[in-house]
Ligand binder design. Structure first.
Ligand SMILES: [Zn+2]
Length: 357
């Protein structure tokens, strides 16, 4: 299909599905795969060609569709039919019965839309199950809101003064990762030893990723339980990390993942990042400071505060501004406090609210 698109230009999804039927005539081995699973591949390729076209329209330079490398192609999906989950087993048509460990119950009388099976880089198999569920809308109260400043020194510093440092294990784990990477570099290309080294690297990498994810789940759940509304700065701190390449990748993805987790666990509102670290959270006076200055000191009102705490209060302020609420006097003095009760129904604010200045 990729070849066909690259040679003959745009193909509709119907074209691709028709091509698939033709292919089956020539390549009989395709019959050993479930038809819906193969059709999902034409859907994927169709999506890929459309996003290339969209990028091109936006003025991006785009090349041709690329073939997925065999080792990087690790997911297949069954859509609508060809699967069943019963008594701890996943039945997949043309594949068979597979014992599974189910981490949560599937609601009864609910139609499963799709099953996607993925093999991780280190050879573990996962299956994600997609169902259509009626959402339960809960009321939320602006009374329970907090501003969070995310950063490198501290993963999160919130406007109530609660600090979550970046876990040390991340730094610790980065060393074995670097070691594994160097090992690959020393091995000859194409050799068995290099393959072994690559595999080891992937195992270490997956371990770091899982620990990171676990950490992010813990802290986002903590925040979602404690607060209804969370204000975050729109992420644009990427240039701040001058660390190691990997540290950077993992930290970067960490912030993004954290944002996504908060977004589905509670109500997340992103505020513009402008001047949150500079402005004094008590009087608004601009106090420019370089990255190494960890304390905010205001000459005008005399406020002395951790720089991240000051930023977090500014973020909360900006967030409350959106709802037309002034920061309570008490919080300006930096003591935890109840904010004026004000509730909105979640239907009125669908999805992530992004405010652009
Ligand atoms: Zn001040």
């Amino acid at each position: 299909m990729v070849e066909k698109i690259n040679n003959e230009g745009f193909q509709t999804r119907n074209d691709l599905n028709y091509f698939l039927t033709e292919l089956k005539e020539q390549e009989s081995w395709l019959y050993s795969y479930h038809s819906k699973m193969l059709q999902m591949i034409s859907t994927q390729i169709d999506g890929a060609q459309k996003s290339l076209i969209a990028l091109n329209k936006k003025g991006h330079k785009v090349g041709k569709l690329k073939f997925a490398k065999y080792i990087e192609y690790r997911t297949f999906a069954y859509n609508q039919s060809g699967f069943e989950i019963k008594d701890g087993f996943l039945h997949l048509s043309k594949i068979g019965k597979i014992k599974i460990m189910q981490h949560r119950k599937i609601p009864e009388n609910i139609e499963i839309k799709q099953i996607a099976v993925t093999r991780s880089k280190t050879g573990k198999w996962y299956c994600s199950i997609t169902c259509d569920v009626d959402a339960v809308l809960t009321k939320f109260s602006i009374t329970k809101s907090v501003g969070i400043d995310v950063g490198i020194k501290n993963f999160a510093y919130d406007s109530d003064g609660f600090v979550t440092p970046n876990p040390l294990n991340l730094q610790k784990m980065l060393k074995p990762l670097a070691r594994a990477q160097r090992k690959i570099a020393r091995r000859q290309k194409g050799s068995n030893n290099r393959k072994k080294a690559v595999r080891w690297y992937q195992i270490v990498h997956e371990r770091v990723k899982n620990r990171r994810k676990d950490f992010l789940h813990q802290i986002s759940t903590q925040y979602a339980r404690k607060y209804d509304v969370i204000f975050l700065e729109r992420l644009q701190k990427l240039n701040m990390v001058k660390n190691h390449k990997w540290a950077r990748n993992i930290l970067d993805s960490g912030w993004g993942t954290f944002t996504n987790m908060l977004d589905y666990k509670c109500m997340l509102v992103e505020v513009p990042a402008k001047n949150t670290t500079i402005d004094c959270s008590r009087c608004g006076n601009a106090v420019p400071k370089s990255l190494v200055v960890r304390t905010h000191r205001c000459d005008v009102c005399g406020l002395v505060l951790d720089r991240d705490h000051n930023a977090a209060i500014n973020i909360l302020k900006k967030g409350l501004d959106i709802f037309n609420i002034n920061l309570p006097q008490e919080l300006r003095e930096v003591t935890p406090v109840e904010i004026i009760p004000w509730s909105v129904k979640q239907e009125e604010a669908t999805g992530r609210l992004v405010v652009v200045h």
